[in-house]
Design a protein around this ligand. Structure first.
Ligand code: AMP
Length: 272
């Protein structure tokens, strides 16, 4: 991959990386299409990164279909897919990790303590291997987008990070590879995330400023659905994820739930 990347660069072309864990859907493909607009060559990485999964998480069952992914990418005009084996990125004796300290201690980092160290580590490796000019990340994983942007700034990577909008199913559910796990009733309940965010948006538009009132309303709505367990609902600033009590500027409302055993996340920016 390093050799291919060097050849592309030598020919004067620019590279944009779209990092994924595969089992691609329209959300991923939207990142590819953004990439095509900003650079000459789009490289997609497909790697289910073991270091970002905790011991009780879904590493072994994470959905995979490399052949289908490559066919979808070919259709989009992507010619280079980087899909290394786990042992290639983490050979025996591996010791080095990258951390974004406090940023990883909020939101998803609380119930998934391994997540962001794994993400920043594997992205550092992918950035060094692919050597892209730009990289595209979905705002569905808003905390990840902020953390990667911070890491690139803090560690002087010469890479522009581009944030892409959340792509949703027709009814509003944010697309996710994990949606494939959902049984029929869980799929119905999963929609409560989007409904709760829309409710919050409406409350704020009507003049509600208290985060607590909005969180309570969202929580009540989600809890009225079957098989849903709330992990967190947070209204916070979107630079450091510090809790916000009064919404007097644009804020991030982020939430995570479990529908059965499937973890789902979604978010919205709230402003008046
Ligand atoms: P994943 O394969 O889930 O690790 O996601 C790879 C990239 O695709 C990340 O930058 C995600 O934020 C992005 N992504 C996943 N789902 C969506 C979606 N529904 N809309 C926009 N971007 C997404």
């Amino acid at each position: 991959m390093q050799k291919i990347s060097a050849q592309i660069k030598k020919s004067g072309k620019t590279i944009v990386l779209v990092p994924t864990m595969g089992y691609l859907h329209e959300g991923h493909l939207s990142l590819v299409r953004i990439g095509q607009k900003v650079c000459d060559i789009v490289i997609v990485s497909i790697f289910v990164n073991p270091t970002q999964f905790g011991p009780a998480e879904d590493l072994d069952s994470y959905p995979k279909d490399l052949e289908r992914d490559c066919a979808l990418l070919k259709k989009e005009g992507v010619e280079t897919v980087f899909a290394p084996a786990s042992e290639e990125l983490y050979p025996a004796g591996y010791q080095t990790y990258v951390n974004t300290l406090k940023l990883s201690e909020h939101l998803c980092g609380i119930s998934r303590p391994a997540l962001f160290q794994g993400v920043t580590t594997v992205l550092t490796k992918l950035f060094n291997i692919v050597n892209p000019d730009k990289a595209v990340f979905g705002k569905k994983d808003f905390q990840q987008f902020v953390i990667v942007s911070r890491m690139v700034k803090d560690l002087n990577f010469n890479i522009e990070i581009i944030g892409a909008p959340i792509i949703r199913e027709a009814d509003g559910l944010a697309m996710s590879s994990r949606n494939a796990y959902l049984k029929k009733n869980q799929r119905d309940s999963a929609l409560s995330l989007y409904k709760a965010l829309k409710k919050a948006e409406n409350l704020v538009k009507k003049g509600e400023k208290k985060a607590e009132v909005i969180i309570n309303a969202a929580s009540k709505l989600i809890n009225s659905f079957d098989e849903i367990l709330i992990d967190y609902i947070s209204i916070c600033d979107f630079e450091f994820f510090e809790e916000v009590k009064i919404i007097d500027r644009p804020v991030l409302m982020a939430l995570a739930v479990k529908a059965g055993r499937t973890r789902l996340i979604d978010n919205i920016i709230l402003f008046q």
